[in-house]
Design a protein around this ligand. Sequence first.
Ligand SMILES: [Zn+2]
Ligand SMILES: [Zn+2]
Length: 292
Amino acid sequence: MEFYTRGGMDINMYYSTIHTHTNYCDGNNTPEEMVLAAINKGMKTIGISTHGPLPFDVKWAVDDDKIQTYIDEINALKEKYTDKIDVLLGMELDYFIDTEFDHIDKSILKQLDYTIGSIHYLGRFDDGRPWTVDGSYDKLLSGINSSYDGDVKKAISDYYYHLSKMVEKYKPTVVGHMDLVKKNNKNNLLFNENEDWYKDSVCKCLDIIKDSDSVIEINTGAIARGYMTEQYPSRWILEEINSRQIPITINSDAHLNDNIACKFDEMYELAKELKIENLVYLTKTGWQKIVL
Ligand SMILES: [Zn+2]
Ligand SMILES: [Zn+2]
């Protein structure tokens, strides 16, 4: 494994983000605009990770008939910018409790350089409509009422249970925004992260991730979009990850070129402060370790 050192003076140099969205899904820019934004920030790698297909229609995921065009376009960008940056072809795959990842064509997966495994949907309303953990607070609450008889603890523990199952079975390259359930938990509206049951759910999940090859991301997407003031996952979870030596990568989950490296200086500082030992970024030839 190669080592790079990020000098304290080199404030405009960032390693990578491989969690980004474009106008193939719910992002605002073309893939090329995102690549140029990453080059501007001195990145060594940019990965494009459009939202993959779901077993039902959603407006924020890539259309089935656009997938091959997406793949071809990113592959063409790899060639075009090969002297400037590593461009990687990824997809944010939505693990859905009924179908797991079976709704995604294997022939698509084979063409990808990497995958991000995420859970947004946790259940269905009585009328069959699926509900997400990261929509509005009211929608989440009605989802929990409908699928879990209002039992918040059961619903949140189940989220981590499904996340563990996803990692164990499919081993995505990256685990996406691991504690997404905190998005609607401002001021402990739903649960308290300090409670034992919550800590146990998270730690059990980390023990599973530790035995996989998956890397956990620090994700600044919710800060960029004004939903939260801090990153996923919470600081105490980062400490638990670090104590298990699970590799961590820093991603922006950018939906806009201006947010390509949102809060990255702060995240590198945080990683330094927490003495994260296994900080990595993905390149054409695999994961590289970063020494801050
Ligand atoms: Zn996501
Ligand atoms: Zn995303």
